[in-house]
Design a protein around this ligand. Structure first.
Ligand code: NAD
Length: 296
């Protein structure tokens, strides 16, 4: 048996299309969703991510405000910029690209972002609201994973789900989303015992570890839905780094019912969800939390 491939590029394109349509409607109300992107220093990977974010925001009809600052920027200077963006009515979403230089107090900077403009969903208020099942901005990557699971399993009630990885930006919010969708959720991490046995029970498996092929294909339950969040660059001897996930795809694809490839799975969904979160932040800012937001 070969698993169905869950096409993240196509799903992201559909979501961007919906975001663009809603943005056009909002423009008719004189509302242009605005995303401010703050990049500190010149980390090459961050530059590429930020470039994609601003390009896709523009293509979807959003306004974007780029703030590129030198690596020597201090915490105080960043806080000043965040306060300015918090107060700017044309800015509905603020994204501070991580990682920040080591000398900057990242936690203080992220906590200073107005939770209503926190389109990454990293603020404690949004994390708390998500845990309480209240209206919250959900971190983009787990939101993208949920959309991809729904592509192949619209009703996940009662399913046994396993989330591997407990980071605040992927693992923990993923657990909350699966719980909200009535899954029975287990969370595994670096200290978990007998991971193969847990994988063998999982009808939905989300791997967010950051280790190439950490999940062996023969651990996967027959017919499971496998969402591979990992982005790992390995040297396969070709002279060019190759990007692989956390799951050993070649074997997993023979056991899973559906699986995301890497690249082309979760990755493209993350930016599309950032655009979704920005449009929804703009809608809430104008029409209040009871407004009809664009559903993921
Ligand atoms: P992280 O380093 O913050 O967390 C990794 C988690 O994996 C930890 O909770 C740790 O306990 C767990 N872990 C480590 N080794 C393990 C093992 N052997 N068995 C079980 N659990 C183990 O990472 P993160 O920020 O959550 O990111 C995880 C991966 O997802 C990375 O590869 C990252 O590049 C990728 N990622 C992709 C996207 C995307 O857009 N596709 C977005 C964010 C992160």
């Amino acid at each position: 048996m070969t698993a169905t491939l869950i096409d993240g590029r196509a799903a992201a394109e559909r979501l961007r299309q919906r975001v663009a349509e809603r943005t056009t409607e909002l423009r008719d109300h004189g509302l242009i969703p605005g995303l401010a992107v703050v990049l500190v220093g010149d980390d090459p990977a961050s530059r590429i991510y930020v470039g994609s974010k601003t390009r896709q925001a523009q293509e979807a009809g959003l306004r974007h405000f780029d703030h590129r600052l030198p690596a020597t920027t201090t915490t105080a200077e960043l806080l000043q910029l965040v306060q300015k963006l918090n107060a700017d009515p044309d800015v509905h979403g603020i994204l501070v690209q991580l990682p920040l230089p080591a000398a900057v107090d990242s936690a203080t900077v992220l906590a200073a972002i107005d939770p209503a403009k926190d389109v990454d969903g990293f603020h404690a208020l949004n994390a708390g609201r998500l845990a309480l099942g209240e209206d919250a901005t959900v971190p983009c990557t787990p939101l993208g994973c949920l959309i991809l699971i729904r592509e192949v399993l619209p009703d996940m009630r009662g399913k046994r789900a396993l989330v591997i990885g407990r980071s605040n930006i992927v693992g923990k919010p993923m657990v909350q989303l699966l719980l909200q969708n009535d899954c029975t959720v287990t969370i595994a991490h670096s200290r978990t015992r007998d991971l193969p046995a847990l994988c063998g029970e999982a009808e939905i498996l989300v791997a967010a570890i950051g280790r190439p092929k950490a999940i062996a294909g023969d651990w996967i339950r027959q017919g499971a839905i496998v969402i591979d969040v990992g982005i790992n660059r390995i040297d396969d001897g070709s002279g060019k780094p190759k990007v692989v996930g956390d799951v050993d795809f070649a074997t997993a694809v023979t056991r899973a019912g559906a699986i995301t490839p890497v690249p082309g799975g979760v990755g493209p969904m993350t930016i599309a969800c950032l655009l979704l979160n920005t449009v929804n932040a703009a809608i809430r800012s104008r029409f209040g939390v009871a407004a009809e937001i664009l559903k993921p």
